[in-house]
Write a protein that binds this ligand. Structure first.
Ligand SMILES: Cc1cc2nc3c(=O)[nH]c(=O)nc-3n(C[C@H](O)[C@H](O)[C@H](O)COP(=O)(O)O)c2cc1C
Length: 419
């Protein structure tokens, strides 16, 4: 029987096992997780979401505190137009985080970075260009552009010496979005090496509107493959969103895909950056506990567990220390929602129900975003005597994808007494 391990992903001169572990911000797809996928011969993604914050957390830097101090005077103001990132600091933070990962790389796989356009950071093009340049300078193997059409992104790095050698891909949810990106690529003579086609069952933000449930990855992928073939483009097509077993993956490979991108199965691994109690929440979740909502300050729909602690929080906007979703004009949907929410009779802000301060709450792992299949995670590991679930190693999940047959899932080797 054909298994995923029978296939290989070729990008230029490089050959990989056909598994990409998707980027998961903030600090969910840690460098430990990405490096493990890379060591095993696949592709792992770190995320460039809030790298100054991530650097402060792991590398004893103080970028967030410094920025906060600089804009302390503005904390009580609704007007955030003056709050900007210092580009030198942003460069240093990204360079530090990416270099630390690149230096620990082992094996023949790829270490890629997921870069979201929607992180507009008060000056969209300048901050995006700075983050990309830092990642390239640090020696990242590949850049996956996400959360946006990236119409103007390639031109920001077109003069970088690694522009033609680094692998570049984009996440799209339709042929239309791919065509837009290809037009911008033509202008700088750069065709992407791969495109990730993300369907409506994915975790994180969705590239669909309220009618997301009407779409099916199994229909979008053949459209993209047909388009790429008809244009004779050398672009690897990689589906993502709801690929839960190795057999699901093989079905896409047999359609003509070059690899799969997966994430939710890895959220409960030891290497994933979510705290242990959040991993247990993912493991305990039932299908009814998952929702797609419009609470993200990015304006995109997002899938999360309904009991995410961020929902209904009334925290004051954290733009001075964080401010990753501020537009170039200094606006953020959460800032508007916060100031439109009245105080109660004691003068305290009522719960803000329209939007979430995602900078603060993603940083604290209070937004429990997940793919639709999160409720199946409990079937992928062992239940322990105390009722909690064993956390598998990333290697266990990776190998299960590679060798699974008939949609069967191999449980990780038992580490503690099971119930
Ligand atoms: C916890 C979590 C966080 C995610 N964060 C991001 C992100 O920051 N940027 C992004 O492009 N995709 C993000 N995603 C999407 C994944 O990279 C991936 O494409 C998708 O979830 C694959 O579907 P699956 O989770 O059903 O395997 C996230 C997914 C999860 C589960």
């Amino acid at each position: 029987m054909t298994v995923l391990n029978d296939f290989r992903l070729r990008l230029g001169d490089n050959e990989y096992l056909p598994i990409m572990v998707g980027g998961m911000g903030v600090d969910i797809s840690t460098s430990a997780l990405a490096l493990e996928a890379c060591r095993l011969g696949g592709i792992g993604h770190i995320s460039d979401a809030m790298t100054p914050w991530v650097s402060d957390r792991h590398m004893n830097t103080h970028f967030t505190k410094t920025k906060s101090g600089r804009f302390k005077f503005n904390r009580n103001s609704q007007d955030k137009t003056q709050v900007k990132f210092n580009l030198d600091e942003l460069y240093k933070a990204t360079l530090g985080v990416v270099t630390a990962a690149v230096e620990r790389k082992q094996g023949d796989g790829g270490l890629f970075i997921n870069v979201m356009e929607k992180l507009t950071m008060g000056a969209a093009a300048d901050t995006l260009g700075t983050r990309l340049k830092a990642a390239l300078d640090a020696g990242i193997d590949g850049i996956t552009l996400s959360a946006g059409l990236h119409n103007g992104t390639l031109k920001l790095i077109k003069d970088h010496p690694r522009f033609h050698d680094v692998k570049i891909g984009i996440i799209v949810s339709s042929v239309r979005a791919l065509k837009i990106f290809l037009r911008s690529g033509k202008r700088v003579d750069r065709i992407p090496d791969y495109c990730i086609v993300e369907g409506p069952l994915a975790g994180g933000h969705l590239g669909f509107g309220e009618d997301w449930a009407d779409y099916d990855l199994r229909n979008i992928v053949p459209e993209v493959i047909d388009f790429v073939k008809s244009e004779e483009l050398d672009i690897a097509v990689i589906p993502a969103g709801g690929i839960f077993t190795g057999t699901d993956a093989v079905e896409y490979m047999e359609m003509g895909c070059s690899a799969v991108q997966v994430a939710t199965r890895f959220t409960i691994t030891k290497e994933c950056g979510l705290p242990e109690h959040v991993k247990q929440q993912y493991l305990e979740a039932e299908e009814k506990d998952v929702e797609v909502n419009s609470l993200s300050a990015t304006g995109y729909l997002i899938r999360m567990l309904k009991n995410s602690p961020a929902i209904g929080s009334n925290i004051k906007p954290q733009c001075e220390p964080l401010g990753y979703t501020l537009s170039s004009e200094g606006t953020c949907l959460y800032v508007d929602a916060y100031y439109n929410t009245p105080d109660d009779e004691k003068g305290r802000k009522m719960p803000v129900m329209d939007k979430i301060c995602i900078c603060h709450h993603f940083g604290q792992h209070n937004v429990w975003t997940c793919g639709h299949n999160v409720y199946r995670l409990k079937d992928t590991t062992n239940r322990l005597a105390d009722g909690s679930y064993q956390l598998p190693a990333a290697k266990d999940v990776f190998n299960d994808y590679l060798f699974s047959e008939n949609h069967e899932i191999a449980l990780p080797p038992v580490e503690a007494e099971t119930a």
